[in-house]
Design a protein around this ligand. Sequence first.
Ligand SMILES: NC(=O)c1ccc[n+]([C@@H]2O[C@H](COP(=O)([O-])OP(=O)(O)OC[C@H]3O[C@@H](n4cnc5c(N)ncnc54)[C@H](O)[C@@H]3O)[C@@H](O)[C@H]2O)c1
Length: 310
Amino acid sequence: MKILVTGGAGFIGSHITDALIAEGHSVVVLDNLSSGRIENLNPNSHFIQGDIRDIALIDRIFKEHRFEIVNHHAAQMDVRKSVEDPIFDAETNIIGSLNLLEACRKYSVGRFVFASTGGAIYGEQDYFPADENHATRPESPYGVAKCSIELYLHYYLSVHGMQHTIFRYANVYGPRQDPHGEAGVVAIFTNALLAERQCVIFGDGKQTRDYVYIGDVVRAHIEALKKGGESETFNISTGIETDVNSLFSMLSKITTGGKATVQYADARKGEQKRSVCSAAKAEEVLGWRPAVKLEDGLRSTVEYFQKALA
Ligand SMILES: NC(=O)c1ccc[n+]([C@@H]2O[C@H](COP(=O)([O-])OP(=O)(O)OC[C@H]3O[C@@H](n4cnc5c(N)ncnc54)[C@H](O)[C@@H]3O)[C@@H](O)[C@H]2O)c1
């Protein structure tokens, strides 16, 4: 199939591109390289450097390539940045996404696969783990934008018959994650530990997240693509809560034999206390369940960063 992967030079999008190409699909990557990297690009993909906010460019690409599926990963993905600059966040995450959706409608693309968020869309949870029926109460412009695009996808389905698959990711981690941003605690800690720099935990470190390995995320995409079918929303998560203190201890053990120390700083305003999502629906519908244990995934991630830093 002919597939457009937006954000295909980034962390998650590049792994998905690799898997789609390995499955025999033809992939065009659209990425403005704002956080993505040329080194992440699959050499067998067709790369277009450009911005999803550039409506004329989008139209040209869709006219030329006639995609069957759009897999949308390009985003401003930093929650804190979205709080500082909600307009920029909306320009990329709402208007940029809408540019793609309109092009899909115009050029009759069959399915839109959307990288949404399980962490930021539910807000402080009423119950644990959250399933897909949990109320959506995003507490950041980033979460609001993801929620909006989910709503647009329901509109495009009901009015224009465009199918979608929405993946609400928990905290994805693994090789190629950007360690220099504000998001992605596994990459940030790993990079700091390997460079013998002090890790900083904001707050008491008891805040929890659900960490899912990139290889598992990629498998969910491949399963969903094979399955096709109705438009659905899936949490892609492990259902396991891990607090930041435990995460640091595990990484410290792998990288320094547990000798590294951590510094505590003031809690960040508005940071969610607990976040964990159930992937029971993905298991039931797609036959997908996470296979990589956190400790194993962290080891693979550390090995990757060791090589990258060498
Ligand atoms: N990493 C996670 O834990 C996580 C969790 C939930 C959802 N997501 C979503 O998954 C997607 C991928 O995230 P990631 O972790 O791989 O981040 P990433 O920053 O590595 O990837 C995003 C990619 O989009 C590109 N991009 C940004 N703005 C663009 C624009 N205006 N036009 C074209 N390209 C643009 C960047 O250069 C980058 O390559 C995002 O939509 C993000 O919101 C990620």
